[in-house]
Ligand binder design. Structure first.
Ligand code: GTR
Length: 322
């Protein structure tokens, strides 16, 4: 069952409720979004393979709060599972900041190869030290800038414009390297902030640009593809530790299946979302020189490595993943 009523907010139970196997799952996205559909498939499969010992539910549309809040809830075991983007995770699990470095992945295939192999295992290990078990990796395409003023063809076009970013200082640096101003803000507040002119733009993939309705209030989408950020299907470690070894194996397999479903739906939704926003009057443009954006953001790497020398090898592992 997908629960998405506002009343659901008051249903969050104390950690002890997890013993009953009722796993409340957090999703920021609407019910028909690939991630939420895949979570629902996971929920049904898990109930089946555990003979009802574990019965996950999905609370869609962010009704259980913003992602930074939900991360804390899952770590505390107050929510049992979730689909999290690795962007806002960096504040809690520093190693995941590597995934928020602009252009760290060459393309989505490179991201898959890296995350489905040893590189992904390194992130899973870092997450588990912070109370999150990453069972599989979802897609979130690549992110580009959009705004209500004008097409962006080169970094100079961003001068003085105000962009919403996810909650992570790396994104503030990213926008300021490009000459804009960044405002970290919860996803749920972006539509109104664009509409009222509190911000001029934001950045996201096509499905989120479309499903959030942002295209209605910021119609210029400029293809910078500056971030490719994987997302996890994560379970709380506190909850996971209560699961029998046999059930763990079956649940982990269900999570892999869910990732396959999500990636398949994702590829289709990217195209459908792009078509939908264009039909509704949004303007999508190629930038003049994608490398100009990459070059402008390059200094972020040196600063990041100076501050996090232990993570330099992880960046190298990603770059050499084949
Ligand atoms: C979406 C992502 C969400 C959230 C959102 C945002 O693409 O799937 O988890 O991170 O972007 O911009 O806040």
């Amino acid at each position: 069952m997908i629960l998405s009523t506002v009343a659901a907010v008051t249903l969050v139970a104390a950690p002890s409720a997890t013993l009953a196997g009722d796993w409340k799952g957090w999703s920021i996205h609407p019910e028909d979004y690939p991630n939420t559909v895949a979570m629902q498939a996971f929920a049904e499969k898990v109930a089946e393979v555990t003979d009802g010992r574990v019965t996950p539910t999905v609370y869609a549309g962010g009704v259980l709060g913003s992602q930074p809040d939900a991360i804390e809830q899952v770590r505390a075991g107050a929510l049992e599972w979730a689909n999290f983007n690795m962007g806002p995770m960096g504040e809690i699990v520093p190693a995941t900041n590597v995934l928020s470095l602009p252009f760290v992945f060459r393309d989505v295939d490179h991201m898959h190869v890296a995350m489905d192999g040893e590189v992904g295992d390194q992130f899973s290990a870092a997450l588990s030290e912070s109370g999150l078990v990453a069972l599989s990796w979802f897609d979130s395409g690549s992110r580009s800038f959009y705004n209500s003023k004008q097409p962006i063809a080169e970094p100079a076009d961003m001068n003085g414009m105000k962009f919403r970013v996810m909650n992570n200082d790396l994104y503030v640096q990213m926008v300021s390297q490009l000459g804009g101003n960044a405002t970290p803000m919860a996803y749920g507040e972006v539509y109104q902030s664009l509409q009222t002119g509190v911000i001029d733009g934001a950045e996201n993939n096509y499905p989120s640009f479309e499903s959030s309705g942002h295209f209605e209030v910021a119609k210029y989408y400029s293809i910078t593809n500056h971030l490719i950020i994987p997302e996890c299907l994560c379970v709380s470690t506190i909850v996971w530790d209560q699961v029998s070894e046999d059930d763990k194996v079956a649940i982990a397999a269900a999570a892999q299946e869910a990732a396959e479903i999500q990636r398949d739906l994702w590829a289709k939704r990217e195209l459908a979302s792009r078509e939908k926003v264009e039909a509704a009057g949004a303007t999508i443009n190629e930038v003049k020189d994608p490398l100009a954006f990459q070059a402008a953001m390059e200094p972020i790497y040196a600063k990041f490595i100076a501050q996090n020398p232990a993570l330099e090898s992880l960046i190298a592992d990603i770059q050499s993943a084949k």
